[in-house]
Design a protein. Structure first.
Length: 392
């Protein structure tokens, strides 16, 4: 079992660690473990004491990725592969992307990296007394920054079991830094492919295949209204909701009165929820099955669960707004364990749509004459000297 206590890893050893546990990292460690993993560590350290439940796990580091690339001499081969890349040539982009991914997948991990991942996973297994099922998610080190969003460009693998399964999933995650979409995005944005590294999060699975999961936002994503939290929910694992493969339930909660101790669910909309993703006992990790007519006809969450999730959304938003010293609405993935009936937050990142808009702007106008007639006016406004003011 892991014996390192929270925050006992020194900065120098952190930077050269191949694996770090979530409770050893925080939001300042994005360069080391990527946005997803740093955020999980931040919540475990800062918000678990306030009641927000986050599944445990560990992350391979950016150093581990670079160690893999450099020890195998892959950088020179990849630079040559991309030397005259034209991302407008889709056929050529696909060909080079496929070659890059194949190169990474078929290059063995260094022994030290393989052993570090295996040892960490075995520690998880000791904690849960079983071959622990985990989610394996890639997280780019430049992910979720204000001027660049790499979220969704790399891969996620669910219901991964066993040391060899985890190692294979980590290998695929490393290769996913070179998906066609990711290559094109970095090229278009002017990012050097080798100034960005990839970390991998290995997190204890929540058995939402037996219950429900979804996404919630601490802001109304349609209007940008800051006082409403939006929660979506469907049956099974959360990838269907994240990928937009199902029409989930929607719930709106008014945050100010929730914080005042009331139960302000202001709207509930029943979704069709036609599919649910569950564990697959065959060669694939997961599969989709149809939802029963009875389950489709009822809401996936109880009122108490809606309010608990909304409360967590408020706590998470307040914390990240304090950390960033600016209002930071959050995009949060949650899951309910069908065995324990416990709710968990499995990911959280700054919301990147409404928060980037220059909305809620008022303009004021100065009257150029004081002796005119008073009344109502219609038609187009013709400002002479408009002065913008931003509502805070």
């Amino acid at each position: 079992m892991k014996t390192v206590a929270v925050n006992t890893v020194s900065p120098s050893s952190k930077e050269r660690s191949l694996v770090l546990w979530f409770d050893e990292v925080g939001i300042a460690d994005i360069p080391l473990v990527g946005g997803k993993n740093a955020s999980l560590g931040e919540m475990i350290q800062q918000l678990t004491p306030k009641g927000v439940d986050v599944p445990t796990g560990f992350a391979t580091t950016a150093y581990a990725y670079r160690y893999f690339i450099q020890s195998a001499g892959l950088e020179a081969k990849l630079r040559e592969l991309f030397s005259d890349l034209d991302v407008e040539d889709i056929k050529n982009l696909r060909l080079r992307g496929k070659k890059a991914r194949s190169l990474l997948i078929h290059t063995p991990f260094p022994v030290e990296l393989r052993e570090a991942i295996a040892t960490a996973y075995e520690s998880l297994c000791e904690k849960y007394n079983t071959d622990t099922d985990v989610a394996v998610r890639s997280s780019a080190t430049a992910e979720d920054l204000p001027d660049a969003s790499f979220a969704g460009q790399q891969e996620t693998y669910l219901n991964v079991v066993g040391v060899e399964g985890v190692l294979a999933a980590c290998h695929k995650c490393f290769a996913s830094l070179f998906t066609d979409r990711a290559i094109s995005y970095r090229h278009t944005k002017g990012f050097d492919h080798f100034n960005i590294a990839l970390a991998v999060g290995v997190q204890k699975m929540v058995r939402s295949d037996l219950a429900t999961s979804g996404v919630m936002f601490s802001i109304d994503t349609e209007t940008g209204f800051k006082d409403a939290a939006l929660i979506t929910a469907a049956y099974g694992l959360g990838e269907n909701v994240v990928q937009g493969s199902v029409n989930p339930d929607e719930y709106y909660v008014f945050k100010p009165t929730l914080k005042a101790g009331f139960r302000p669910i202001i709207n509930k909309k029943l979704g069709s929820k036609e599919l649910k993703m569950i564990y697959d006992d065959g060669s694939k990790f997961t599969k989709n099955v149809s939802v029963s007519t009875a389950d489709k006809a009822k809401f996936a969450l109880s009122d108490a669960e809606i309010l608990q999730l909304a409360h967590w959304a408020c706590l998470i938003e307040d914390h990240y707004s304090q950390v960033h010293n600016v209002y930071t609405p959050m995009d949060i993935e949650w899951a309910k364990d069908g065995i324990t009936n416990q709710l968990f937050v499995v990911q959280a990142r700054p919301e990147t749509v409404q928060s980037q808009k220059n909305g809620n702007v008022l303009r004021s106008y100065r009257l150029v004459s004081e002796n005119g007639d008073w009344g109502l006016g219609t038609g187009e406004k013709t400002p002479l000297h408009p002065t913008p003011h931003t509502c805070l």
